[in-house]
Design a protein around this ligand. Structure first.
Ligand code: GP9
Length: 412
């Protein structure tokens, strides 16, 4: 019953800070485009292969917006769907399986529903089969108005490769659809080309393959470079469109592309030994927000995908009436920095705790275990509380939480 939400609410009240002032209302009333870049990790940013930049366009673009260099993905087996779950709910995905499959019948109070009350329409664009990751079912539960899937795109054989519709065509069609959309809108676009096994038609290969001991990593450089070119075409056209002045564009990586099975090759490329600390740091994904009123600035704040919803709501100046969220406004300097991964590892301002070992976050040097004791404990507590919400379908009691909060105020 609703009492099961009490420990969750107490925990969140004790540990999480509210929204900061820096970006409050900075994107009030604007459209939101979330752009999920498939398998895109931060190590490719400002990096090269044989002297050629892997993401030349993104490297420049990030100077124009709020760029987060210590932002982590927090997904597990549900991969892209987990990132979506984290983003729209500010709850953790599950430790096994994908919540998109196992808990699509839950009641949620996700971003689309909250924004709906503010007059927003919501949609997702992804040129894959609608049933993949059970999206067609889950998007209804999350309150999306519309899902543009494969059947809504001009997916021909010439314009496809491997997993499907190539990003450049996906972007082109998607922009055209957005230009026709009722505003304000909240729209999530999910790319596909930079997906394992990272292959491309010959005429789309803009740089050479890598020469490490992993074919996967060698290919990845090419698809990352291709994606960057497609991104360039999209963002440049978007900037020319009428949408630009009224829209905040949020670009982020959904999860890793290169798994730990390729550590040896990553070590060859990055020219260092990939230990647990380095492997953990490789789980950073880019986050960049572009739009009028957002200055070019790099933020080294430690955060993760779970923080995006509260960050965005604050920028939109929207009062989010769902108190069950584990993320915090990334722009709030007073936030307690804690980024928890689904494995119970964590990063905070000073330390990174991985598999029971504690490292200095900046230098990667091992420090005494005790320094990470609290972090590991909090990570475990946080994951367990988030799980209690998902497994218990506790958001169905959300309407009663106002009563709980009122009772608590009266008791004090
Ligand atoms: C599939 C796409 C990729 O539709 O979202 O999913 P992933 O395998 O990365 O989770």
């Amino acid at each position: 019953d609703s009492n099961e939400l009490v420990p969750v609410l107490n925990y969140l009240n004790e540990t999480k800070s509210g929204a900061g002032e820096e970006m409050e209302g900075a994107a009030e009333g604007k459209n939101v485009i979330l752009l999920s870049l498939e398998s895109t990790q931060t190590f490719v940013v400002d990096n090269t292969l044989n002297g050629e930049e892997l993401t030349p366009y993104f490297n420049d673009l990030k100077e124009e917006g709020a760029y987060f260099s210590n932002f982590y993905h927090q997904v597990k087996q549900g991969r892209t769907s987990d990132s979506e779950f984290l983003l729209d709910n500010s709850l953790y995905g599950l430790n096994r399986g994908a919540a998109f499959f196992t808990h699509s019948g839950n009641e949620y109070e996700a971003t689309p529903e909250v924004l709906d009350k503010e007059g927003y329409t919501s949609s997702v664009m992804h040129a894959n089969d609608a049933t993949f990751w059970n999206r067609n079912v889950m998007y209804d539960s999350l309150g999306y108005d519309r899902f543009y899937s494969k059947k809504d795109y001009d997916v021909t054989e010439e314009k496809s490769h491997s997993w499907g519709y190539l990003d450049e065509y996906f972007f082109e069609d998607s922009l055209a659809k957005m230009e026709e959309m009722e505003e304000p809108f909240y729209n999530k676009m999910i790319t596909l080309t930079n997906h394992h096994p990272f292959t491309l038609p010959e005429d789309k290969q803009l740089i050479e393959k890598g020469e490490t001991s992993s074919q996967t990593l060698n290919n990845y450089f090419q698809t990352i470079r291709y994606q960057d070119e497609a991104l360039k075409q999209f963002v440049e056209e978007f900037k020319q469109s009428d949408l630009y002045d009224d829209t905040v564009l949020v670009i982020y990586g959904d999860h890793f592309g290169i798994s730990e099975n390729h550590q040896q090759a990553m070590g060859e490329y990055l020219d260092k030994d990939i230990n647990d600390y380095e492997q953990f740091q490789l789980q950073r994904v880019p986050l960049l927000m572009i739009g009028e009123g957002i200055e070019g600035k790099e933020y080294d704040t430690v955060g993760g995908q779970i923080d995006l919803r509260p960050t965005l709501m604050n920028m939109l100046g929207v009062e989010d009436d769902n108190p069950i969220q584990f993320g915090q406004d990334l722009f709030n300097e007073d936030r307690q920095e804690l980024m928890v991964t689904r494995d119970g590892n964590f990063a905070n301002e000073e330390y990174v705790g991985v598999n029971g070992t504690c490292y200095d976050r900046e230098t990667g040097e091992e420090v005494e275990d005790a320094a990470c004791g609290e972090g590991f404990e909090q990570a475990e507590e946080e994951l367990a509380l988030s799980d209690s919400v998902v497994y218990g379908d506790l958001l169905r009691y959300l309407d009663e939480t106002e009563m709980i909060e009122e009772e608590e105020t009266t008791d004090q």
